[in-house]
Design a protein around this ligand. Structure first.
Ligand code: ADP
Ligand code: MG
Length: 311
C-alpha cells in the first residue's frame, strides 16, 4: 500500500466539528485558527511497542490509548482538546491492523470532537507519537506550580489498577484500566478556578505528586493511605498491602491528582453528579519537604530517587 493510500483509507475522515481547522490532512501543514481569548495548550506522547503497550494487545486498544494518554495531559491542564497529529511508524502496512487501530483512535477522538489534522507515516519498529492541541481561557491553565501549604490533595479515582493488571492478567476490569484509560477531561474543566495545581498520574501517585510539591516551592505532603481509593479486584487478587503499594507507586493510572484550598472542598462534593469521576481527598500539603504516608502501620518516605518504607 502506498503512503497516500494508507492515509486516505484509514486516517482521513470527514470531521463535522472542525471549527478552527481551516486546512487539515493533505497539505504540507495544517492551518488552525485560535479562538479569541484562549490560550493554546500543546501536549505530546510517544508509545513504543514493548514499552508502552504489548504486542499481543488489540490494535483498537493501542489506537485508543495513544490518544488517551495525550488527552489526559490536556485534562490536567484544564483544557479542552481540539486537534491532533499522528506520527505512525509501522513495520508493515497490515490493513486489518490499521483499520482497528484507526477505529480505536477515532472512537476517542469523536467522543471529544478532536480533529486529526496531520501526521507522518514511516516504516520501522511499531511506534506512535500523538500530539494534541487544546484550548483554555487565557491565563487559566492548571499548572503544577500553584499548590499552597494547607491545600487538600485529591485524586480523581481509584489508583494502581493498571499496575495490578500487569501482575494478574486474568482480571478483565483491571485490564480495561490498563488498555483503555479514561482521560478526566470533564473533571479538568470543573477544576478551573478551584484547584491550585494539577497533574495527571502517569508515573505513579507519589512520583507525580512530588512534581507538584517540588514545583510549588519544595513543599511536602502528609498522605493518609487509608483514604487512597483502590480497585476491589486488585485487593482481592493481590492483597491490600500490595494493592496499596501499586496505588502509591504504580504508573499508567491516568487519574488526576490536584490540590484544592480547604474552603473550596465543598465545591468538590457538588461535582459528583455531573462529572465522570468522584474525587477523593487523600492528604494535605505541608511546609516540611518530603512525602509522608500514614495509615497502614508503616510509612513511606521519599529517599533519593525512589520511595522506601520508613518503619
Ligand atoms: P510531507 O511529505 O509534506 O511531510 P506526507 O506525504 O508525509 O507530507 O503527508 C501527506 C499529508 O498526510 C500531510 O498533510 C500529513 O500531515 C498527512 N499525514 C501523513 N501521515 C499521517 C497519519 N499517520 N495520520 C494523519 N495524517 C497523516
Ligand atoms: Mg512526511
Amino acid at each position: 500500500m502506498r503512503e497516500f493510500d494508507l492515509i486516505n483509507r484509514f486516517f482521513r475522515r470527514p470531521s463535522p466539528y472542525a471549527s478552527g481547522v481551516d486546512v487539515g490532512i493533505g497539505d504540507d501543514g495544517a492551518v488552525l485558527s485560535a479562538s479569541p481569548g484562549m490560550d493554546t495548550i500543546v501536549v505530546t506522547d510517544t508509545s513504543v511497542e514493548g514499552v508502552h503497550f504489548r504486542s499481543d494487545q488489540s490494535p483498537h486498544a493501542i489506537g485508543y490509548r495513544a490518544l488517551a494518554v495525550n488527552l489526559s495531559d490536556i485534562a490536567a491542564m484544564g483544557a479542552l482538546p481540539r486537534w491532533a497529529t499522528l506520527n505512525l511508524t509501522l513495520p508493515h502496512a497490515d490493513p486489518e491492523w490499521l483499520s482497528a487501530f484507526a477505529d480505536g483512535f477515532f472512537e476517542l477522538a469523536d467522543q471529544w470532537a478532536v480533529t486529526l489534522v496531520g501526521g507522518d507515516t514511516t516504516r520501522g519498529p511499531l511506534t506512535m507519537t500523538v500530539t494534541v492541541g487544546g484550548e483554555v481561557a487565557r491565563g487559566a491553565s492548571l499548572l503544577r506550580s500553584g499548590a499552597r501549604v494547607g491545600d487538600m490533595i485529591l485524586v480523581s479515582g481509584p489508583l494502581g489498577g493498571a499496575a495490578a493488571a500487569l501482575e494478574c492478567s486474568n482480571q478483565a476490569n483491571l485490564e480495561r484500566v490498563l488498555q483503555y484509560p479514561t482521560p478526566r477531561l470533564m473533571l479538568g474543566q470543573s477544576l478551573l478556578g478551584v484547584a491550585t495545581s494539577a497533574i495527571d498520574i502517569s508515573d505513579g501517585f507519589l512520583a507525580d505528586l512530588q512534581h507538584i510539591l517540588d514545583q510549588s516551592g519544595n513543599l511536602g505532603a502528609n498522605i493518609d493511605a487509608s483514604n487512597l481509593p483502590l480497585f476491589d479486584a486488585a485487593v482481592q487478587s493481590l492483597g491490600r498491602e500490595k494493592a496499596l503499594d501499586l496505588a502509591l507507586r504504580g504508573g499508567d493510572d491516568y487519574e488526576l491528582c490536584f490540590t484544592v484550598p480547604p474552603e473550596k472542598l465543598p465545591l468538590m462534593k457538588q461535582l459528583k453528579s455531573d462529572v465522570d469521576s468522584s474525587p477523593i481527598c487523600v492528604g494535605k500539603v505541608v511546609s516540611k519537604g518530603g512525602c509522608r504516608v500514614h495509615g497502614i502501620g508503616d510509612r513511606y518516605e521519599r529517599s533519593g530517587q525512589g520511595y522506601q518504607h520508613e518503619w
